[in-house]
Design a protein around this ligand. Structure first.
Ligand SMILES: *[C@@H]1O[C@H](CO)[C@@H](O)[C@H](O)[C@H]1NC(C)=O
Ligand SMILES: *[C@@H]1O[C@H](CO)[C@@H](O)[C@H](O)[C@H]1NC(C)=O
Ligand SMILES: *[C@@H]1O[C@H](CO)[C@@H](O)[C@H](O)[C@H]1NC(C)=O
Ligand SMILES: *[C@@H]1O[C@H](CO)[C@@H](O)[C@H](O)[C@H]1NC(C)=O
Ligand SMILES: *[C@@H]1O[C@H](CO)[C@@H](O)[C@H](O)[C@H]1NC(C)=O
Length: 527
């Protein structure tokens, strides 16, 4: 009887833990995660999603779906931001690369080579890096680095295997034909110049349907335009696909940029993203139909991008994206990205104690501290909680959970002259556009703690129409929570990324101290 109860409880627990996110049809946003400059494409009956990550490492996350509605993270195309050992991507020698790194890029499977490729012009470096892998999940290695910057590029593989890269940095749109190895350009040509207005189009993706070539372009921040031609080299004619259409996320900009996706049954879909700060840029998907003009038309619902398109594809659930992470190793889960390249000698993962962070930098500036580990904040409202074991901290150390962007705040443990307290700090700010540190933070509230273990929690409303408030709480037993801070998130777009949850540990006096984080968990809603 006892053992039957235990087994039933175990079964129930595992069912609860494995409860997948269940989405019927397309519901917009398809995933409320900051995943901008999306490239979504199909291989057989599976869809893949690649996105921008700027200064985060690993870069260019890869997600996978069987129904365009339920997505799971499976890896990254750039295991490390390694471009001629530029120290600014390592946060060393006082250098930094905020908002540089991975901008709009592309990912494709090239059947003729049975190889997966990713490519993009690295911002701040000005060269195009092409990565390759035998499987979408990796391992990803460098294929080549081209001296030319193919800005906001897209890779297109023609029926006969010829590869083209489309690119555009403003008004002019270019097409380059690449060699068979995808290691050099054969020829490039200016194929289209944006009319005035808008005068400014970028974010290219090139496609072919029924013998016609198409290039999708963004008119940032609220339109997707398209050009078509019977030849890759033009002449191209223009159509506005979507411009300023209302969408289901109040306060967000209209959908722009994105991708066209062909379905196995001959249907097509449009994917774009909404600028929805403070949460970032989030994906929406809608079916398209093809008109007699040879252009696609996005299916709107009462003149707006649909909140749902029921029964678009059979639902194919994935495991919950918010499951508790206990950092068992051997590697970090694919939802995690470091702030710049980590010092791999200063962190460890294990099934017995989880994540161990040894201080990697001595600094008063968290923006210059290495090994801050970030996760996207799921919208509309969600809560991150960690357990933090602080018994091995040294004097001057600061460790905890941050609400992370160019305007940040954190809750954490500080140790000064042997005295340990929990603190709430805000005004942790970068200067707009130059991203130097304007203020390394103001400690607003402290409380003495003891015992070696604390639970830290941040809840955040990242809706553009929400109150944009984050609340900071701590507990020593997870039943009584003490709120010691509230913060209003910034909605400026210039940083290009949305707020993240971030786990940090740095020393202000020296290095060598350590903390462990046995688990991290996200719950939807405010706790
Ligand atoms: C696509 O499907 C074919 C046929 O099942 C299979 O041989 C091939 O490996 C699949 N391609 C990829 C990239 O999974
Ligand atoms: C593929 O087609 C393109 C466009 O027609 C042509 O320029 C190219 O030479 C062809 N490549 C091969 C390998 O047949
Ligand atoms: C493809 O193009 C041909 C020739 O222009 C046209 O007759 C046919 O209807 C097109 N097919 C589709 C599916 O649009
Ligand atoms: C630690 O104690 C020393 C000596 O009393 C003092 O000078 C210093 O300011 C203290 N540091 C902190 C961070 O409180
Ligand atoms: C949790 O901790 C608080 C503060 O120390 C205490 O008042 C409360 O009784 C504790 N609750 C439980 C269930 O242990």
């Amino acid at each position: 009887m006892g053992s039957l109860t235990t087994r039933l409880l175990t079964l129930l627990t595992s069912l609860l833990l494995l409860t997948p996110s269940l989405v019927l049809g397309l519901t917009n946003p398809v995933l409320w995660h900051d995943l901008a400059d999306l490239d979504i494409f199909r291989v057989n009956t599976t869809y893949y999603y690649s996105a921008s990550t700027m200064h985060h490492s690993p870069g260019a996350p890869i997600l996978r779906s069987n129904d365009l509605a339920n997505w799971e993270y499976i890896g990254h195309s750039l295991p490390r931001l390694q471009f001629d050992n530029r120290p600014e991507f390592d946060l060393t020698n006082g250098q930094r690369a905020y908002v540089k790194g991975v901008w709009a890029s592309w990912m494709r499977f090239v059947p003729q080579k049975n190889t997966w490729f990713w490519g993009g012009c690295i911002s701040g470096v000005g060269r195009t890096v092409i990565m390759k892998a035998p499987a979408a999940t990796g391992p990803w290695t460098k294929h080549t680095e081209l001296s030319k910057c193919y800005y906001d590029s897209g890779l297109f593989v023609d029926d006969n295997g010829t590869m083209y890269i489309s690119y555009s940095n403003g008004g002019p749109t270019w097409v380059a034909q690449m060699n068979a190895d995808l290691t050099a350009e054969v020829r490039s040509q200016l194929v289209f110049t944006a009319p005035t207005p808008p005068g400014y189009l970028e974010g290219t993706r090139m496609y072919k349907r029924n013998g016609t070539y198409y290039i999708l372009l963004t008119k940032p921040p609220d339109g997707t335009w398209m050009i078509k031609s019977s030849s890759p080299w033009g002449p191209y004619t223009l159509k506005v696909l979507v411009q300023g259409v209302p969408n289901p996320v109040p306060g967000a900009n209209a959908p722009h940029q994105g991708a066209l996706i062909d379905l196995p049954d001959g249907r097509w879909a449009y994917a774009g993203f909404l600028d929805a700060y403070p949460g970032g840029r989030i994906p929406v998907i809608a079916p398209v139909t093809w008109g007699s003009d040879g252009f696609p038309a996005v299916t709107l619902v009462n003149g707006a991008l649909g909140a749902t398109y029921p029964d678009f594809l059979p639902s194919s659930p994935v495991p919950s994206l918010n499951a508790r992470d206990t950092f068992p190793g051997p590697s970090l889960g694919p939802q995690w990205e470091w702030n710049h390249n980590p010092d791999t000698s200063r962190f460890a993962l294990s099934s017995s104690s989880g994540l161990r962070l040894t201080t990697a930098s001595q600094t008063f500036d968290i923006y210059q501290a290495r090994n801050t580990l970030t996760r996207r904040i799921p919208g509309p409202i969600s809560t991150a909680t960690i357990q933090l074991n602080y018994g091995e901290m040294r004097d001057g150390d600061r460790a905890g959970l941050a609400l992370w962007r160019d305007r940040s705040a954190w809750i954490g443990v500080i140790r000064n002259n042997g005295t340990i307290s929990v603190a709430y700090t805000d005004t942790v700010d970068l200067t707009l556009s130059s991203w130097t540190t304007a203020n390394s933070g103001v400690i607003r509230t402290t409380a003495p703690i003891s015992g070696g273990t604390i639970y830290l929690r941040i809840s955040a409303d990242v809706q553009p129409s929400g109150n944009k408030q984050a609340t900071f709480k701590w507990s020593t037993n997870q039943s009584q929570w003490n709120q010691i801070g509230t913060y209003t998130m910034s909605t400026v777009w210039n940083f290009f990324l949305g707020y993240r949850f971030a786990i940090f540990n740095y020393g202000t006096v020296g290095t060598g101290g350590a903390v462990t984080v046995p688990w991290f968990q996200i719950d939807m809603g405010r706790l």
